[in-house]
Design a protein around this ligand. Structure first.
Ligand code: SF4
Ligand code: SF4
Length: 376
């Protein structure tokens, strides 16, 4: 029964994502629907907020959290919807590549805690720029035994040295491709570089190789689209290089709305069909993403691995892996002060105007590991 439901679900998904008119309609409606639902939900959450005492007992790193090891914060693209080109131009980002020893320390601690999921994607930067990425992947999957190691890439470097084959052979659980669309002209305008052919052929090669091995990895092509979904679906490159490989484990999606990177990206940075996400109601309740930990290339540990405004070495940093364990950092007064500050409207700079803000909820709290501490 479950199998049949899954099959029907996949067929509906495939239909929506490969039919221009349907995809345009669904994605356009989703923009309004999402905002409507978000506002209603946040109102409900604000009536029964999770208290600081309840949250304190659940603040530590748990295996249900996401751990990100941002292997490098250097990128080979300059997307108009991303803070990366701005922070490079401002010279506020301190870039680097994570040494293998730092990576191993994070992975060993995470594995000892029972963690299974590991994201190799930095806040900004492309993981394939790290020349040691495959060695790190091999360590995490085949030595530390993590079952769900994944990354997001723009695919520009995925053909180089047959990286697409090695990712699959080493046991990556999922590859998420972030790319513009299926038009060279739009790609160059939005991604700011002329690597359209490299990315498109890399995506095809990855999908074809994955299929030839029985689809061990999930692949999702996430279009950060300037065009309407229908324009991508109609394009020769989509029909030739992507559509033939779609399956229950290999999918595409389009972008409903673009976030503002804590206010760094403005509506005027977007063009064509791109729409900016509306700022959600900012409640005096901590954000869920503060409980996902990101290890920076130099070992600094940051709450929330998803957004920055000027630098990833900012006031979301709560400690350093070379000085304490991940668990101790997650339970430290420094981390708790940042979380607790939300209750009095005192947020880290990146969180003040962040369209990704999602308050913690009672349902979310229930899913976390049982508390081990008493409130202070
Ligand atoms: S969105 Fe990704 S690929 Fe584009 S500039 Fe930012 S980090 Fe690089
Ligand atoms: S408000 Fe934004 S930057 Fe702050 S923790 Fe949430 S998602 Fe991250």
């Amino acid at each position: 029964m479950k199998q049949i439901a899954k099959k029907i679900g996949w067929r509906i998904y495939h239909f929506v994502h490969t039919n221009g008119l349907v995809a345009d309609t669904v994605y356009s409606l989703a923009f309004y629907l999402q905002n409507f639902i978000r506002i209603r939900q946040y109102k409900r959450f604000s009536r029964q907020p999770v208290t600081p005492e309840e949250l304190f007992a659940h603040r530590q790193l748990s295996r249900e959290a996401y751990l990100v090891t941002g292997v490098t914060n250097i990128c080979n693209a300059k997307c108009t919807f991303c803070a990366y080109p701005k922070v490079v131009a401002n010279k506020t980002l301190e870039t680097g590549v994570m040494p293998l020893a730092t990576f191993k320390k994070a992975v060993d601690e995470w594995s000892a805690l029972g963690g299974q999921s590991l994201d190799l994607t930095p806040v900004v930067g492309d993981p394939l720029v790290d020349p040691g990425l495959l060695e790190k992947l091999d360590y995490a999957v085949n030595q530390a035994g993590l079952k769900d190691v994944y990354l997001t890439t723009n695919a520009i470097l995925i053909n180089k040295n047959d990286t697409y084959k090695k990712l699959i052979d080493l046991g990556v659980a999922a590859v998420f491709i972030s790319t513009q669309g299926a038009s060279k002209e739009a790609y160059e305008k939005i991604y700011g570089v002329n690597h359209y052919e490299a990315a498109m052929s890399g995506i095809r090669n990855l999908m074809a190789y994955n299929r030839s091995r029985g689809e061990p990895a999930r692949i999702v092509v996430r279009f950060r689209n300037h065009e309407k979904p229908s324009e991508i679906i109609r394009s020769p490159d989509f029909k030739k290089n992507i559509q033939p490989f779609l399956s229950a484990r290999v999918r595409v999606n389009y972008t409903v709305d673009f976030d503002n990177w804590g206010g760094t990206i403005k509506p005027e940075d977007l063009s064509g069909n791109m729409r900016m996400r509306t700022l959600p109601p900012m409640l005096n309740i901590p954000c869920k993403n503060l409980f996902n930990f990101a290890v920076r290339h130099d070992g600094r540990v940051r709450l929330c691995g998803c957004r920055l405004t000027q630098n990833d070495n900012d006031d979301l940093v709560a400690g350093n892996l070379h000085e304490s364990s991940l668990m101790d950092i997650s339970k430290s007064p420094a981390a708790w002060e940042k979380i607790k500050g939300f209750y009095t409207g005192n947020r880290p700079a990146t969180c003040v105007e962040c369209t990704f803000y999602q308050p913690v909820t009672r349902a979310w709290l229930k899913e976390r590991t049982s508390p081990t501490d008493s409130p202070a």
